[in-house]
Every structure is written in structure tokens, then in C-alpha cells.
Design a protein around this ligand. Structure first.
Ligand code: BGC
Length: 504
């Protein structure tokens, strides 16, 4: 480590804080996408309807610009071109997700769709040809509508359905896929889709559906981990993890002890909700969450808590079921004090936290929720190291939204500042981060924001039937970074109106 530090330490800033630019030996880089956001071909060759097809077709007004995933980036047809772009960037790995409804049109294993298998085999072969490792997510939000009709993640049968679907994927693709992610961002699924209407299927059962979902989802994740571990790992020798997202919470006044304590509660509710059961020795939901929801439920006159702790069997079964801690991180929000957040529904996850929060921090992006706060990234990683036994970490998503600028200095600055923060904690705090995944290869269907918020390294013209992809300046920035394994210093990446936010 000492030599690595000397090599990496290129400058000391005027405040005396070390500024690192060089990535450690063996660190890997990739980009990510998700099936529903890029594939299109929504009803082609046997694929069935998923919850996002249903939402966008039946309630188009819920999407900011009225777009949908029917064609999206047309990657179902243009996957070879996408792989060429990946090769141009020089990524070590490509994170993409499998469409459950394309592989199993009924959601169950009674019919495996040959075209679904063919499509992903073709993509995997194209990647292999360019020496790009696949990192594959089994579930990135596009649940078959047929399973939603049975209650989706609020139905305990989902544990079996997810396990059976994953079994097909391991069997069909596991000879070439050595890195799996079970579920992308359980928080967004349970809270945004079941506890709110921010994501499909927009059930909005606030304070109830979200906790039914987390019970089933964590059990389903654990069953898939055990299936892989017991049955497939011995032959396939791969690794499997979960990707948990954080909005990191900080106190608005770091000197205010009450705010500091509340920020910790908020982080336990957000990240700990799914990380604590898997990555701590104790297991189960965080104690503060169980207590808060029990108290609120009692005050609501309920005979039982809306969130019950797992029993001993499930605490043990869920514990330790991830080879790495996959972190998706974009932003930081602030906690300003105790109470009920003015936007909280009743009952709800947000009300259960008992803190008032604000997004009034950091720099802007095109997404209201995405505030640019690189120091928050560093603090989240330090917190994960101490809260989760120094678990080895992959950053499975990080990125910045704009309106589609080709000279995307905002994205370059974001990447530069967030990656500086990452290097800082790797070298100064010994946080074990092994790889970084940039969201995303190309502008794509950004869920309820449609194409109005763009996260891509490539601009995608959605008015063009060919869905022309054009590299933005950030594509060259990332390419140069990967080639040198070092943050580029090149002047052409410097915004004429540069503001230095790199200091921690
Ligand atoms: C999701 C992506 C999404 C990105 C930007 C993540 O929460 O995994 O699907 O596009 O953030 O919002």
C-alpha cells in the first residue's frame, strides 16, 4: 500500500489535503445499462408486457415527456453497435440486465422463450469477442405484468418465482457470466413502486406495501444467492452480489448533535434497510427501524407493527448472502431536524424516520434529486466500511444527468470530483473499493423522467428511427481515464467556467 500511496499522491492542494489521481492496481472500470431502459422491442418475438410497459401505455401522463420504452435505444437490434462503443471506451466490464418478460413471458418457468435466450446469447458472444466481461443484473425493475397481477413483490410467492427465473438464467448463461447482481436497488423497488407511485407499478401503499415488499425481496435475494452458491458456483466459479442505492444523509449542521443522530437514523432507514440484514453479523432489519415503525404503528392503533423483524431462520438465511457490497450512489441530501417531513404521507417510510430532510445542498444537475456533493460519497464509503465489516465494495452505479449536452462539462466535473473522493477514501481510509461502474453508456429511458434527464456518455437522438448514438466529450474523458487508469488532466476536459469542488 505504501508504494501505491506514493505513486498515487500527485499533489497536495493548498489546504493540505492530498489529491490522488491514479487508481490502484487491479481496479476495474465499466458502464451500466438496464434492459427496459435501452432494449425497446417491447412486444417482439415473444416478450410479454412488464410493469413499465403497462404504466407507460395506460398512464402516459405519468412520464415527464410522454415517452416510453417501446423502442428506447433499440438495443435489441443495435446491440452489436453498443458493444463496439463499449470497446471504443475500453471498459473492463459491461453491466446490463436481463428482461424477465423476454426470457419467461408468463413470468414462470412453464415456457422459456427461445428468442429471449438467443438475444442474450448473441450479446454475450459479442462481448466475449471484444474481451469485455459481463456483469449481469437479474432484476432491474421490469417485472412481468403477469406476476404483478398476483401482487408482485407484495406476494410471498415471488420468492419462488424469482428463484425459478434465476435458475433458468444461471443454467443458460452461467458458463459465460461470472459476475451476477441479483437485484438492482431494492429501496427504489419497495419504497418508490410499492410505498409510492414514483416507479411502476406505482402501488402507493405507503407505509405498508413497502415493508411487505422488503420482506419478500430480501428473502428472494437470499434464496437466489443460496441457489447459486450451492448448485452453480462449484462448476461456474462466479460471484454474486446485490446493488443497494443510497441517498446519503448528512446533518445540515454537523455541530448539531440531534441532527447528527437523525442523519444516522435516516441512513439506517435508507441504506441499512437492505444492507443491515445482509452485511452485519447481527443480521435483520436495523434496530432503530424496527423500533420506530413499531412505535408509529402502535400510535396508529394497529395490533402489529407494519414492519416486523425477520424470525431467526430468515435472519440466518439472509445474512452473508452477497460476495461484495454493490453500491449505487449519486447524491447526498440533508437532515435539518426532528419531525414529520412536510412531503411525508401518512403512514409512510419517510414519516417513520421522524426527520425533516432537504435537497438544498451542493451543485445542480438536470434531476431535481441529484445534487452534486462529492464529499457525501466519501462519507458514505467510510460509513459503509465501519458499518459493514469492511466488506469489499463495487460501485455498481454513479453518474450525472444533464439535458443531453455534447460538451458535457458538468458530467466531466462530476466524474472528476466523485472519482477524486473515491480515490481519497481508498488511499486515506483504506476503504476496499475494487471497481467502478458509470451510469450510463448512452442516454436512455430514465423511468418517469422519460428522455428529459440524460445520463449517457453517448447522446441518443430519439427522433431518429436509427437512434443515432453520438459520443459526448465525457466519452473521451472516460476512455482516457480507463486507458491511463488515472484521472485525465487534459485541458480539453476543463470547463471554461470551471469551479473546483475537488477538495474534501
Ligand atoms: C437506477 C437507474 C437509473 C439511474 C438514474 C438508478 O437508480 O438503477 O435505472 O436510470 O439511477 O436515475
Amino acid at each position: 500500500m505504501a508504494t501505491a500511496i506514493i505513486i498515487a499522491l500527485l499533489a497536495i492542494t493548498h489546504s493540505g489535503i492530498a489529491h490522488y489521481t491514479k487508481f490502484p492496481e487491479g481496479f476495474t472500470f465499466g458502464v451500466a445499462t438496464a434492459s427496459h431502459q435501452i432494449e425497446g422491442a417491447w412486444n417482439v418475438s415473444g416478450k410479454s408486457e412488464n410493469v413499465w410497459d403497462r404504466l407507460t401505455h395506460s398512464r402516459p401522463w405519468m412520464i415527464a415527456d410522454g415517452t416510453n420504452g417501446d423502442i428506447a435505444c433499440d438495443s435489441y437490434n443495435k446491440y452489436q453497435e453498443d458493444v463496439d462503443h463499449l470497446a471504443y471506451l475500453g471498459v473492463d466490464f459491461y453491466r446490463f440486465s436481463l428482461s424477465w418478460a423476454r426470457i419467461l413471458p408468463t413470468g414462470r418457468v412453464d415456457h422459456v422463450n427461445p428468442d429471449g435466450i438467443r438475444y442474450y446469447n448473441a450479446l454475450l458472444d459479442a462481448l466475449a469477442e471484444k474481451n469485455i466481461e459481463p456483469l449481469v443484473t437479474l432484476f432491474h425493475w421490469d417485472l412481468p405484468q403477469s406476476l404483478q397481477d398476483l401482487g408482485g413483490w407484495a406476494n410471498p410467492k415471488m420468492i419462488d418465482y424469482f428463484r425459478d427465473y434465476s435458475d433458468v438464467c444461471f443454467r443458460e448463461f452461467g458458463d459465460r457470466i461470472k459476475s451476477w447482481i441479483t437485484i438492482n436497488e431494492p429501496y427504489e423497488i419497495c419504497e418508490d413502486a410499492y410505498g409510492d407511485d414514483k416507479k411502476a407499478p406505482a402501488i402507493d401503499s405507503h407505509g405498508v406495501g413497502n415493508y411487505l415488499c422488503s420482506d419478500n425481496l430480501l428473502k428472494a435475494h437470499a434464496e437466489v444467492y443460496h441457489l447459486y452458491n450451492d448448485t452453480y458456483r462449484p462448476q461456474q466459479n462466479g460471484r454474486i452480489m446485490i446493488s443497494i442505492n443510497s441517498i446519503w444523509y448528512e446533518p445540515s449542521d454537523p455541530e448539531d448533535a440531534e441532527q447528527v443522530a437523525l442523519a444516522e437514523v435516516a441512513n439506517q432507514f435508507k441504506f441499512g434497510w437492505f444492507a443491515h440484514p445482509i452485511f452485519t453479523e447481527e443480521g435483520g432489519y436495523p434496530a432503530v427501524m424496527v423500533e420506530n415503525v413499531a412505535q408509529q404503528s402502535q400510535a396508529e392503533g394497529l395490533p402489529k407493527s407494519r414492519l416486523e423483524q425477520f424470525d431467526d431462520y430468515w435472519i440466518e438465511r439472509i445474512k452473508g448472502t452477497s460476495d461484495f457490497l454493490g453500491i449505487n450512489h449519486y447524491t447526498t441530501h440533508l437532515v435539518t431536524g426532528p419531525g414529520v417531513d412536510p412531503i411525508a404521507k401518512s403512514p409512510s417510510w419517510l414519516k417513520d424516520i421522524g426527520a425533516v430532510t432537504t435537497m438544498n445542498v451542493g451543485g445542480d444537475s438536470a434531476s431535481e434529486w441529484l445534487r452534486v456533493v462529492p464529499t457525501g460519497f466519501a462519507n458514505l464509503l467510510r460509513w459503509c466500511k465501519s458499518s459493514y465489516n469492511d466488506a469489499p465494495i463495487y460501485i455498481t452505479e454513479n453518474g450525472f444527468s444533464d439535458r443531453g449536452d455534447l460538451d458535457d462539462y458538468g458530467r466531466i466535473q462530476y466524474l472528476n470530483d466523485y472519482l477524486s473522493a473515491l480515490l481519497h477514501v481508498i488511499y486515506e481510509d483504506d476503504v476496499k473499493v475494487l471497481g467502478y461502474t458509470l451510469w450510463t453508456l448512452m442516454d436512455n429511458f430514465e423511468w418517469r423522467a422519460g428522455f428529459s434527464e440524460r445520463f449517457g456518455l453517448y447522446y441518443v437522438d430519439i427522433t431518429d428511427p436509427e437512434r443515432l448514438r453520438t459520443p459526448k466529450l465525457s466519452a473521451d474523458y472516460y476512455k482516457q481515464l480507463i486507458a491511463a487508469r488515472e484521472l485525465p488532466e487534459d485541458d480539453r476536459f476543463k470547463n471554461p467556467a470551471h469551479i473546483d469542488r475537488s477538495e474534501l
